[in-house]
Design a protein around this ligand. Structure first.
Ligand code: MRU
Length: 351
């Protein structure tokens, strides 16, 4: 089954010159596609998590960078370059943790710099091709992650996942959910437990939306139920995505992931981190070098409630990500293969 066909997180409409985003803040209740041309709209969509998930943010950044070129009034490469650099820096300020944002923007800038000497029309064509390539490569990478990850799993297993690292967070297949989709094609019959993932509920709103609609056996649990389902023997492996992996294998992912890793270690359950090599940032030596986004308090106190659920003015800590130490990670699954400890060597060998 071609799961969620038509629900692509990010695509580009060449006929109208617009990036089309599925507004993930409205899921699962409304399926609304946004049509974007302006840089401030792209920035807002990334910042507000209308598009979210490390690979999808990278794809949106690629098209966002292309939009800066498409709608520029510059008459030459020399005029365009400084304008582009400004737009790139602006988009780069939308979210700090997922390295794919910066990776995609750098890649688009390198592409533009190779266009020196071309006229504006040729530059636009080249930049669109690069943005399209980022997306096409993501689909192929996610498929390969799915195949590599499936090799670690057995038919009928119970799998637990946190946040949403599926098709909505990338292109087709996703990362952590890719082995589930590839396994579904081959009749693996996985039983998936999706953590709801407080505070933004990516697990409840997005992971169950895409797996349930895709015909996968999925059960929603509150974050604090993970220990119980593990204790009951219902989980044979944990699969999570990543927003940035440091050179030593420490992996940043949605807040709560490190707690799941601690539980998995306690119960002797393998804990797999899945992501493309574009999410590995060898410039970060350890997880301590990964910038962790903090988001506003109202996401915890008010967002999903009809009345505030905390006293007005109470202190709130709302980090969007945490870092799972490498020693809690059984393996890191990429499109190029499965890396195991010692990660400093195995991750470097992937490049
Ligand atoms: O804040 P979000 O929703 O962008 O966080 C997303 C995650 O943490 C995902 O698990 C990660 O980006 C991997 S997506 C394939």
């Amino acid at each position: 089954m071609d799961t969620l066909q038509g629900y692509e997180a990010v695509r580009f409409d060449e006929a109208t010159g617009e990036m089309i985003l599925l507004d993930q803040t409205l899921l699962p209740n409304e399926v609304v596609f946004l049509r974007l041309r302006d840089q401030d709209k792209v920035w807002e969509a990334i910042h507000m998590l209308r598009v979210r998930g490390a690979p999808a943010i990278g794809i949106a950044a690629g098209y966002g960078a292309y939009l800066a070129v498409l709608y520029s009034k510059a008459a030459s490469y020399a005029e365009l370059l400084p304008e582009f650099v400004k737009a790139k820096e602006y988009l780069a300020s939308s979210r700090p943790t997922a390295v794919n944002l910066f990776w995609a923007l750098e890649r688009m800038e390198r592409c533009l710099r190779r266009c020196d000497g071309m006229d504006i029309a040729a530059i636009r064509t080249t930049m669109l091709a690069e943005a399209n390539a980022i997306k096409a490569e993501d689909i192929a990478m996610c498929r390969a992650i799915g195949e590599n990850g499936l090799g670690l799993l057995e038919k009928g297993w119970g799998l637990l996942t946190h946040c949403n690292a599926g098709q909505l967070a990338a292109s087709k297949y996703g990362t952590a959910l890719a082995p589930i989709y590839v396994g579904q094609e081959q009749g693996y019959g996985f039983k998936v437990f999706a953590d709801e993932t407080r505070p933004l509920l990516q697990g409840a709103r997005l992971t169950t939306f895409e797996l349930f609609n895709g015909g996968v056996d999925v059960t929603l649990i509150c974050d604090n139920m993970a220990s119980m389902v593990m204790q009951q023997g219902k989980v044979q492996a944990v699969l999570v995505g990543c927003d940035r992996v440091a050179a030593n294998g420490d992996a940043a992912n949605k807040i709560g992931t490190s707690g799941v890793a601690v539980l998995a270690k306690h119960y002797g359950i393998p804990f797999y981190v899945l992501g493309p090599t574009s999410t590995i940032d060898l410039k970060c030596a350890t997880g301590a070098d990964i910038p962790v986004e903090e988001r506003k308090a109202s996401e915890v106190t008010d967002l999903w409630y009809t009345k505030p659920m905390a006293p007005k003015g109470v202190k709130v800590f709302n980090p969007a990500f945490d870092v799972t130490p490498a020693d809690l990670i059984t393996a890191i699954v990429t499109e190029k293969g499965v890396a195991r400890a010692p990660y400093t060597e195995s991750l470097a060998a992937l490049f």
